[in-house]
Design a protein around this ligand. Structure first.
Ligand code: 5GP
Ligand code: ZN
Length: 115
């Protein structure tokens, strides 16, 4: 189900443009509008799922596709070998601003260990 006031649903249905990297029936990948690293793109489900905690069992194949598409694009962009992050921010404390599930793929610069 599309959400009328959701910016990423509008990107999915073409109301808002994006720099598209990949699209199939279930997922869409596009460049982040405010990149925080030389490589920064997003992979989203076409279905409006607000947060990672709203994922249900029937979504798990789509989540796997998102991770796979992210790694394929990372390889194409040349960060596959050097390394990159796949991050999902879940709700406010994690910094989630857009409440349509999205996987950040960030690379092309050295990042600190999270440990
Ligand atoms: P969050 O903080 O919710 O995990 O990340 C939302 C991301 O979406 C941010 O990195 C932000 O730059 C990106 N973003 C927000 N609006 C747009 C938009 O209209 N187009 C694109 N391409 N990215 C967007
Ligand atoms: Zn949405």
């Amino acid at each position: 189900m599309m959400s009328d006031d959701c910016i990423f649903c509008k990107i999915v249905n073409g109301q808002i443009p994006c720099a598209k990297l990949y699209e199939d029936d279930n997922v869409l990948a596009f460049e982040d509008i405010h990149p925080i690293a030389p490589t920064h793109f997003l992979v989203i489900p076409k279905e409006h799922i607000p947060t990672l905690d709203d994922v249900e069992e029937h979504h798990t194949k789509t989540l796997g596709q998102m991770a796979y598409v992210a790694s394929q694009i990372a390889k194409q962009k040349g960060v596959g070998a050097t390394g990159y992050r796949q991050i999902v921010n879940c709700r406010e404390s994690a910094g989630q601003v857009v409440f349509h599930l999205h996987l950040h793929v960030i690379g092309g610069r050295k990042m600190e260990s999270m440990g």
